[in-house]
Design a protein around this ligand. Sequence first.
Ligand SMILES: [Zn+2]
Length: 332
Amino acid sequence: MGKKSKSSVPAEEHLILPRHPARVPGGAPIVDTHTHLISTFTAYRSKYKAGNHTTVFDFVREVYRGHGVDAIVDVYCEAPEHETWKEIADSALTEEDRKEKWGGLEYWFVMGVHPHEAKNYTDEVERTILEAMSHPRCVGWGEMGLDYHYDNSPREIQQEVFIRQVKHAVRLGKPLTIHTREAEEDSERILKEHVPRDHRIHIHCYTDSPEWAARMLDHFPSLYIGITGVITYSTNLNTSEVIRRMGALSDKNPSAPLRIILETDAPFMTPSNIYSSLKDCKGRLPLSHSAMIPWTAEWTANVANERIGEPRWDTERVMRESRENARKMYGV
Ligand SMILES: [Zn+2]
């Protein structure tokens, strides 16, 4: 046996997905409200060294083709920030370039410093973010927040850097992309103290308690819960419970929406239900990408229906709702 058999990475062709069975031509498009494009492409190149796609643009055009991806919100959150941000953002300035380089999708981005990286936040990093905020393709500040699960930066520094970023974003009127994990009390205090109620907030890749979600949704009318493939994982029960409760509300009041936006957080969080659609795929895919959103939508719809008599949600409706919410949240 050669060396190759040791790795269980499925063949590259499995990254090119079939159409999700519930989708119809002309149906709701995909909007991925949180994706890390450079990390995704880097993961792809490292797992598929002889891979077909040699640039970020090739990857996006060829892997997303035919899936109706309308728009993506790319996320920069390192300190220092990845230096190619401007080149990539500039490549989406004209419709012609968006067509030619991006296969017609609307490329947008947000920038901030992740709580893991808070200890590396400097004035210079902040200057880069402030410069990015005036770029025409920039739609928000983040991801930023608190992460007490990993504690990769000391908590005092995480809080200080979070507050500093929030203040700038609020002053500039920029929507907030929030990463919070096991830091409910402090995240809530900081947001309620420094952010006006009607400010737009995306709690990305939601994994915290349903009670916290309810309190935040109640306080901030323009807050959306970000749903990734993590909702399909048996290790995480919180996200499903948040959706079950929203579904139950929509049963009492049929016009009550799901206050969610769909995202991948690619290259992480591949939805676990995708494998039923992949023929002869051995092993787990090493990365996720925006065309996987319908599988997350399908799971979300099923969970939203669990506490109501008559099913109200399906893949298409969840995607439509999320598309509308993405517009309200980021203007995309
Ligand atoms: Zn992220």
